[in-house]
Design a protein around this ligand. Structure first.
Ligand SMILES: Cc1cc2nc3c(=O)[nH]c(=O)nc-3n(C[C@H](O)[C@H](O)[C@H](O)COP(=O)(O)OP(=O)(O)OC[C@H]3O[C@@H](n4cnc5c(N)ncnc54)[C@H](O)[C@@H]3O)c2cc1C
Length: 94
């Protein structure tokens, strides 16, 4: 089967070109999958601590909030929210 991209170029040619700079791509056990489609248009309204602006005490972190698209950025939102939650919890301790 021959796959073609939007420009009509042969996918095998694209793979060969990619393999010239990234040889592991040409390995027999290499798996190439496509397309990958991502939607980031929906954004949950959150404040600087990733707390929902609409539902108090609900924190929306990671890519689910719609602002991040990587492991580190998604993880960072969790750290920020966790610190805010912990700070709020300790502030409520008598
Ligand atoms: C093929 C691929 C390659 C990638 N490569 C990179 C890369 O090289 N570098 C990089 O920085 N990022 C990469 N990413 C992006 C990265 O994986 C994401 O940005 C990151 O995982 C987002 O983290 P997250 O915690 O927001 O969501 P996720 O990692 O998706 O975690 C969400 C979790 O919630 C669970 N879940 C969903 N619905 C429910 C439910 N109703 N109840 C309970 N659990 C639920 C899911 O099972 C999942 O475990 C890649 C993504 C893909 C798909």
């Amino acid at each position: 089967m021959r796959a073609r991209d939007g420009d009509g170029r042969d996918a095998a040619e694209a793979q060969a070109a990619l393999g010239a700079v990234l040889p592991p791509v040409l390995a027999p056990d290499a798996v190439i999958y496509a397309p990958e489609i991502k939607y980031y248009s929906y954004r949950v309204p959150v404040d600087a601590t990733w707390q929902s602006r609409d539902i108090p005490r609900l924190y929306v972190v990671g890519n689910a909030a719609g602002y991040t698209a990587s492991l580190s950025a998604a993880a960072l939102t969790g750290v920020i929210a966790a610190r805010a939650i912990a700070h709020g919890a300790s502030a409520n301790v008598p």
